[in-house]
Write a protein that binds this ligand. Sequence first.
Ligand code: C5P
Length: 228
Amino acid sequence: MTFSEIPVIAIDGPSATGKGTLAASLAAHMRFHLLDSGALYRILGLAVARAGVSLDEPETIAQFARNLDIKFGLHGPGSVALDGEDVSLMIRTDLGSDMASKVGSIPAAREALLDRQLEFRQSPGLVADGRDMGTVVFPDASVKFFLTASIEARAKRRYKQLLDKGIDAIFPTLLRELAQRDARDQNRSVSPMQPADDAIVIDTTELNRDEVMARVVKGVAVALQRKR
Ligand code: C5P
C-alpha cells in the first residue's frame, strides 16, 4: 500500500464534543492507528511553558516542536510521555489547554508539527483527531467528520471529565475559557478550525456516545465501500 492509499478517517471539531472518545473507539473498532493531534499541541505548550520560552519567539518554539521526545502509550494505554515522563494528566489541565491553543496559533509551530502528524499514517489505516485533520493535514482523507455541540453541553462534559480525573474546575470559568479558545481556534490566520467542504457534520448535543459511534461507523462503511 502506498502512502496515499492508506485510509485516513479525519475527525475534527472543537473540544468536548466527544471527539477524543469517538476517535479512540473507532480506531479500536477498525484496528487502525490513532493520532491525537491535540496531545501534540498540548505537549508542545507544556514544554514551552516549562522552558520559559516566550510566545513571541516562534522560531524557538518551532525548534522545540521538531525535537520533542513524545511517546504515546509508554505508561499504559492512552498515556502520553514527554522525555519519558508521564504527562497525561498535566497536559489536560486548563493551563495545558490554554498553552496548546496559544502555540497552535503560531504558524511556524503548526508547520513544525505537520511532519510528525503525517508519520502516523501507517497501514492498515489511521483515525486522526484534531481541528485541521480534514482540511490541512490529511486533505485526501477517505472520510471526514466534523463534530459540533452547543457550548453549554461541551462545558458540562468537560467539567465532568475534569472532576472524574480529580482535577478541580469552576464551571463559569470553564465556559468562558472554552469560548475564548473556540474564538482563537476559529480566527487564527493559519489552519483555522472549520469543517472541510466534504465533511459530514454531526451535532452531538443531543446524542450519546453510542449514537455518535453508530453514525460514524455507518459513514465510514459507505465511504470506504465507495473508494473500492
Ligand atoms: O483536541 P484538544 O482539545 O486536545 O486540543 C487542544 C488545543 O490544541 C486546541 O484548543 C487547539 O488550539 C489546538 N489544536 C490545534 N490543531 C489540532 C489539534 C489541536 O490547533 N489539530
